[in-house]
Ligand binder design. Sequence first.
Ligand code: COA
Length: 161
Amino acid sequence: MGEITTITIVPMTSEYIPSIARIEAECFSTPWSEQALWEELSVPAAVFITALIDGKVAGYMGMHHLGNIGYVCNIAVSSEFRGRGVASTLIGSQIDYARTHGLSEISLEVRSSNTPAQALYEKFGFVRLGTRPNFYNSPKEDAEIYSLFLDRQDGGNHNDN
Ligand SMILES: CC(C)(COP(=O)(O)OP(=O)(O)OC[C@H]1O[C@@H](n2cnc3c(N)ncnc32)[C@H](O)[C@@H]1OP(=O)(O)O)[C@@H](O)C(=O)NCCC(=O)NCCS
C-alpha cells in the first residue's frame, strides 16, 4: 500500500544476462538466447539497458544506433514487475540517449496483436507508419512499423520563437 517503486536504469552487463534471457523466454515464442545477448556486448551499435528494482532485473530494452536512427531490437518486462512504469522508464532512457546523440528517429516493429505494447509506444509519441505482412513467425503475424521522430533540439532547451 502506497509502495513507491524505485526503478534504476543501468547498462546491460554480463551479470544481468541470465536474468534477461529468462525474461526473454517468459515473453517471446522465439526468445533471444544468453549467447545472442552476450554477442551484443561487443556490438558497437548496441545500446542495451537493464531496469532494476531492489537489485532485481525487472526488464530490459535493446536498441541499435545506426547512422542517425535508433532501431529497437526488443523491450520486455518480467510479468511480476509489469504495470509499474518499468517499460516507460526504459523507453524514456532510450529517448534521452537518442536526443543526447542527435538521433532523428527511433524505429521499431511490433506484432499486430500486441495492443499493450502499441499503447505504450503511442503514449511516447510513436506513430504507426504501416504494416509489414507476415513479418513474424511462431505464430505467423504481421508487424506494425512505428517511429518516433525527434526534432532537432539541444537537450530540450530549444525555443521555437
Ligand atoms: C508491453 C510491456 C513491455 C509493458 O511493460 P510495463 O512495464 O508493464 O509498462 P508500463 O507500466 O511502463 O506502462 C506504460 C504504458 O504501456 C501501456 N500498457 C502497458 N500494459 C498494458 C496493458 N496490459 N494493456 C494496455 N496497455 C498497456 C499503457 O499505455 C501504459 O500506460 P498507462 O499506465 O498510463 O496506461 C510488457 O507488457 C511486456 O514486457 N510484454 C511482453 C513483451 C512485449 O510484448 N514486448 C514488446 C515487443 S514489441
